[in-house]
Design a protein around this ligand. Structure first.
Ligand SMILES: Nc1ncnc2c1ncn2[C@@H]1O[C@H](COP(=O)(O)OP(=O)(O)O)[C@@H](O)[C@H]1O
Ligand SMILES: [Mg+2]
Length: 221
């Protein structure tokens, strides 16, 4: 099982000129592996991730999530499928400000609606692995960038999803915390989940099972 695209293309218009942010990209994100896409800023990485997650609709190509053709679904059904299948760590701060870290995590768990999603015991492991024990009762506004990221990772992986997508998950982190996050993703992959990471951090690249590079919308092996 995998998430797979064939020849997806996404065009944007800038200063009256159309350009392809993603240009005929075919990629497979298999379960049980860490797939990493690297590339310069502006090369189309986030656009690609958002298409694979069904958040952006491309002009051309197909996307399949396991057995389902994503682009044949209505937008509501797409959102539902994403909610069920993919835990996402967005590039920007995404914790809800009025909720504590613990409440943010619990909310995600209840949203995913996955029967038998990761139980309390596993959640306790994730909290320990990513060292956010002391942050659970804290509101996001008083967390550092790195602490927010670690909390967002715990939130994404505790939902019991089959796939985890993360856009620059180690962006603002020191090597120690980046490594901790990569250990968590490795554990997830070993449990059979499909991991897709977008990055320009060499530490993340080194730990990829499958590594791609994007250049001006093209995906290179
Ligand atoms: N909604 C949009 N409208 C117009 N241009 C966009 C939009 N989103 C992204 N782009 C442009 O598409 C290109 C690829 O963006 P992005 O996928 O965010 O790259 P990356 O994640 O690799 O930095 C960039 O030139 C960016 O400015
Ligand atoms: Mg990006």
């Amino acid at each position: 099982m995998s998430i797979e695209s064939v020849n997806i293309t996404k065009e944007y218009v800038r200063r009256g000129k159309t350009f392809r942010a993603v240009d005929e990209v075919s990629i497979s994100v298999p379960k049980g592996k860490i797939t990493v896409v690297t590339g310069n800023s502006g090369s189309g990485k986030s656009t690609l991730l958002n298409i694979l997650a069904g958040m952006i609709v491309p002009e051309g190509g197909t996307v399949r999530i396991d057995d389902t053709e994503l682009l044949s679904l209505k937008s509501r059904e797409r959102d539902k499928l994403r909610g069920k299948k993919i835990g996402i760590v967005p590039q920007v701060q995404s914790l809800i400000g009025g909720l504590t870290v613990r409440e943010n995590i619990d909310l995600q768990k209840s949203f995913s609606g996955i029967a038998g999603n990761d139980g309390e015991e596993k959640l306790a492991d994730y909290i320990k692995d990513l060292e956010i024990e002391d942050l659970l009762d804290v509101f996001p506004s008083s967390l550092s960038g790195g602490e927010m990221k670690r909390a967002a990772v715990v939130r994404a992986i505790s939902g019991g999803h089959e796939y985890i997508f993360a856009d620059e998950p180690t962006g603002e982190l020191d090597p120690e915390n980046a490594s901790r996050i990569m250990d968590a993703f490795r554990k997830q992959a070993d449990e059979g989940r499909g991991i897709l990471l977008i990055t320009h951090d060499s530490l993340v690249e080194e730990r990829a099972d499958i590594l791609y590079r994007m250049e001006k919308g093209h995906l290179l092996n």
